[in-house]
Design a protein around this ligand. Structure first.
Ligand SMILES: NC(=O)C1=CN([C@@H]2O[C@H](COP(=O)(O)OP(=O)(O)OC[C@H]3O[C@@H](n4cnc5c(N)ncnc54)[C@H](OP(=O)(O)O)[C@@H]3O)[C@@H](O)[C@H]2O)C=CC1
Ligand SMILES: Nc1nc(=O)c2c([nH]1)NC[C@@H]1CN(c3ccc(C(=O)N[C@@H](CCC(=O)O)C(=O)O)cc3)C=[N+]21
Length: 306
């Protein structure tokens, strides 16, 4: 391999910084015009991956000039109480965006919660109506992790048209939207899941391999085509050799980086970009709300003046 280790790592930080700088400018203008953006996060129960995400959301929202509020609920809250809380946030004009952190406890139907978020405040693009947009090739507000993963693939400069892509994992929030985004870009997409007969056989054909499963070191070097781009989406907590808790992805990075031409590190890959895109989506939501406001009250003002 002629390239240095470092150039093989596809880092999310620099792309995230560019996005956050642009969001910061937009947020400052909107705030000066009387529309300060604000994101509300809903967490139910306790999960390590969610804690990392929320901590970074708070920090980066602060940098971008977006208000951030975390609502934490006990794991035994009822679905009805959660829905009521979401309806309250829908009705609050100070709230721009709502994100429901996954997973939620098994007794709470996640789809009902996602459908309760008003589509104009759906900064993750998880309402059924929002998911529909990416099927129709309207891509300006897509689920954040999926958008982040595809954006990192684009950083390689690879031609997406006709690219052989394999996605391992088909969750509604990561695997499926990645497949739709890539189909929109002209890639040929294969999606694997736990019933796939041989994930390895598919993975070895991929020019770009996306992995979102939640199993440390699931993807080993012999499952990767030489020269491929590997996007590791997993965020798993484990205890390292030093006895400290650490975050690892779903790919055995040490061995795979010897075969792949590009690999996203964990931490430092998809994660930071996911946070940046969540903030960018918050501004997309704000602009849609402002457009509706203008269309509704702008016309009313004109009528009143006539
Ligand atoms: N970096 C980021 O921004 C984000 C990271 N994540 C991380 O990504 C990972 C996946 O998250 P998420 O999609 O929400 O997880 P889910 O548990 O919802 O989905 C996991 C998927 O992996 C599939 N799967 C399970 N075992 C295998 C296997 N042995 N081979 C192939 N496929 C398998 C499952 O298939 P089936 O349904 O058929 O069982 C399912 O489609 C987690 O580590 C999570 O923490 C998640 C969101 C954002
Ligand atoms: N509705 C919903 N949407 C999600 O997108 C979602 C979710 N629920 N539940 C939890 C998972 C996990 N997730 C992360 C995103 C960024 C980092 C992140 O910023 N990681 C950094 C930081 C590492 C650190 O600070 O230690 C990194 O990978 O470099 C982590 C985890 C989003 N998820």
């Amino acid at each position: 391999m002629s390239r240095s280790d470092d150039s093989r790592y596809l880092k999310g930080g620099p792309v995230a910084q560019r996005i956050i700088a642009a969001v910061r400018e937009d947020a400052a203008i909107a705030t000066a015009e009387g529309f300060p953006p604000k994101l509300v996060s809903i967490t139910v129960g306790d999960t390590d991956a969610v804690d990392v995400y929320v901590r970074n959301q708070r920090a980066k929202a602060g940098l971008a000039g977006i208000g951030f509020e975390e609502r934490r609920f006990a794991a035994d809250i009822t679905a009805g109480e959660l829905e009521a809380a979401i309806h309250g946030l829908n009705a609050d004009p100070r709230v721009t965006g709502i994100i429901i952190q996954r997973p939620v406890p098994a007794h709470v139907p996640i789809k009902t919660l996602q459908a309760a978020v008003h589509p104009l405040k759906d900064v993750e693009g998880m309402h059924p109506a929002s998911i529909g947009n990416i099927v129709y090739n309207q891509l300006d507000l897509a689920p954040c992790t999926a958008a982040a993963s595809v954006e990192l693939l684009k950083e390689t400069g690879l031609e997406l048209k006709g690219l052989e892509v394999v996605v391992v994992g088909h969750s509604e929030i990561v695997g499926k939207p990645i497949a739709f985004l890539l189909m929109s870009e002209g890639a040929t997409v294969t999606v694997c899941h736990h019933m796939t007969r041989s994930v390895a056989a598919h993975a070895r054909r991929a020019d770009a391999l996306f992995v979102a499963v939640g199993k440390p070191r699931l993807i080993k070097a012999d499952m990767v085509k030489p020269g491929a781009c590997v996007i590791d989406i997993g965020i798993n907590s484990e205890i390292g050799p030093d006895g400290e808790s650490r975050i690892v992805g779903d790919v055995d990075t040490e061995s795979v980086k010897e075969v792949a031409s590009w690999i996203t590190p964990v931490p430092g890959g998809v994660g930071p970009l996911t946070v940046a895109i969540l903030l960018r989506n918050t501004m997309v939501a704000l602009n849609r709300q402002r457009a509706l406001y203008r269309a509704t009250y702008g016309v009313a003002d004109k009528l009143a003046a006539e």
